[in-house]
Design a protein around this ligand. Structure first.
Ligand code: THU
Length: 163
């Protein structure tokens, strides 16, 4: 039997203003998007802003449904929109922010497992790491790649006969 240790590096910023200008802008766009969330059931609004390699920013918000599983998280709304509108432009970064009952949450909102899987697929598709920024009211946690958020991930390699 052997043990394997899997480490993840995350970078915590006390204040979003410590980030480079273009990332600050991305965080601000994720926060501004919060008002467009449709979350009448959980009251938990999530905003995501995706930065494309050409500088375009696409935002998305969570969209809930009375049939609960039919809803979708903000990250996937933004990523799927970006990937379907601009399939040839790589995604380079994403910022995520949250608010409960219209009050911005102080803690950085971590993406759910399904969103991590979609982030990973996007990273693999464009062969480029995606910088992930999880924004609290003032602080930001930055992760340099979707792979870091999903150890032992499932990807296209397992679908090959040699996988
Ligand atoms: N949600 C997101 O949009 N993104 C996340 O990263 C976590 C959760 C949404 C799904 C649901 O609409 C609400 O937050 C409560 O789970």
């Amino acid at each position: 039997m052997t043990f394997r240790k899997i480490e993840t590096v995350v970078i915590d910023y006390d204040n979003a203003t410590e980030l480079p200008e273009n990332y600050q802008q991305l965080v601000n766009q994720a926060k501004s998007a919060l008002e467009n969330a449709y979350a009448p059931y959980s009251k938990f609004h999530v905003g995501a802003a995706v930065l494309l390699a050409d500088g375009k920013i696409i935002t998305g918000t969570n969209q809930e449904n009375a049939a609960y599983p039919s809803g979708l998280c903000a990250e996937r709304v933004a990523l799927f929109y970006a990937n379907s509108q601009y399939p040839n432009i790589p995604v380079v970064a994403i910022a995520v922010a949250g608010a409960l009952e219209n009050k911005p949450v102080s803690f950085p909102v971590p993406p759910c497992g399904a969103c991590r899987q979609v982030l990973l697929e996007t990273e693999t598709r464009y062969n480029k790491p995606i910088t992930i920024m999880l924004a609290g009211a003032t602080k930001v946690t930055l992760i340099e790649s979707a792979k870091a958020l999903l150890p032992l991930h499932f990807d296209e390699v397992f679908l090959l006969p040699t996988g």
